[in-house]
Design a protein around this ligand. Sequence first.
Ligand code: PLP
Length: 486
Amino acid sequence: MLPISPRFYGFCPDRIVIDMVKQVHPEGRHVDLAVNPLYSGLVPAGGVPRYRLAPGPMAPDSAAALVRDEIMLDSNARLNLATFCTTWMEPQAKELIADSLDRNLVDHDQYAQTAELETRCVNMLANLWNDQGTNGVGCSTGGSSEATMLAGLAMKFNWRARRRAQGLPADRPNLVMPSAVHTCWPKFCRYWDVEPRYVPIREPGFTVDPSEVASLCDENTIGAVAILGSSALGIYDPVAEMASALDRLQAERGVDVPLHVDAAVGGFIAPFLEPDLVWDFRVPRVLSINTSGHKFGLVYPGIGWIVWRDKKALPKELIFDCELLGGSVPTFTLNFSRSGAPVVAQYYAFLRLGFEGYRAVQQACRDVASYLAEQIAQMPALEVISNGAHLPVVALRMRPDTTVTVFDIHDRMRKHGWQIPVYHLPDALDDVVVMRMVIRNGFSRDTADILLNALRAELAELFPAPMAKADKPAMPTPRRRGPVYH
Ligand SMILES: *Cc1c(COP(=O)(O)O)cnc(C)c1O
């Protein structure tokens, strides 16, 4: 029994609790906390209103418990192999995030040091992507989608300025990109009135032919996009070869098309696992690069990054000076206010892991992906088409001689709790249906074995091995059910 003075009721915001307490103790002096009030009939039978505000307040613990009960129903993110997003961080990172949730990133006057951390992160990324001493410029964003909007806008403004300076029309911009681009690119095109031109990805490489990229470009092309690697299959586009094809285009037809690399995931893989792969600012034609801090940058959502090769790449009209919050703060983002917590968390991850730490984490993911791919390649009817050699992603399809589909396998794996997405590839390959698994930090080889066992069990049901008559046991063999104690 916990004494509560009658005066307390005046402050207690939870009407439901007050009513109960008054019923049980009309004089209102004691409340029995031995029974959790939330689950013992205190919430009205009809529950709390869901789609309108409740008429009054509720005690913070009750509200928090109710919210927790709702989000508990979200599935287990660690079993979700669809997303590239970070689903595990260290407790120290969680603490820092909680400590800095109130920081408004745009308010450089108040949170000058958080702004400084953002600048340091941009510099670290520019350096990681071999900025050739040009001192890349950039900023954090809500994710790669916002980053690509900014990259696309910069390309559009640069192109328009060039056209106008030549006295040429600038009203029909287009963007050339692989058909495997993430939705954020068609979105950019629709939102900012740019014609999308898709270069089909093809077998056997499941990527674009660089000469096809160049052939779709003309004087109205604001830029071309290369993906490192595709969200659908985790396969890298041949960035350097695409740049060479665009170099030839410029030499032959005088059309100068900048290249943007959408390295949403690969921006945090290739520098650590393939330092010799030339895809970044070492390629002179690469103007800008985006990445998602909240994917293999190993930070919880939502944070992305955009870095331009140098100041010249970023049109001045896109930068606004805001004096509203004190000082003069140049901003180039779609949103104004945003929490500084993800930037703090990104800085923590950089500091905590360093180059070798990131390398080890990404290598572990790739190793597990390769292991999964090897094991799956030995299973009946499945064909591995992406084996973790680029992003730590395993993608597979059914061999042509079976009626079982990847949708069947998806449904069966769902029963085990696994979420493994299944989809059609774009355009020229739209008759190919794939199932794809993203291996993220926190997915160990043990977890992979659990998944493989579930998959083997389901495949054994879908493809029962034909048994020769002589092999069949005449009588069912008695099964031991564990130790027997007498
Ligand atoms: C995830 C992804 C995006 C979008 O990134 P968000 O951070 O989720 O906005 C863009 N491009 C590629 C290649 C991606 O994998």
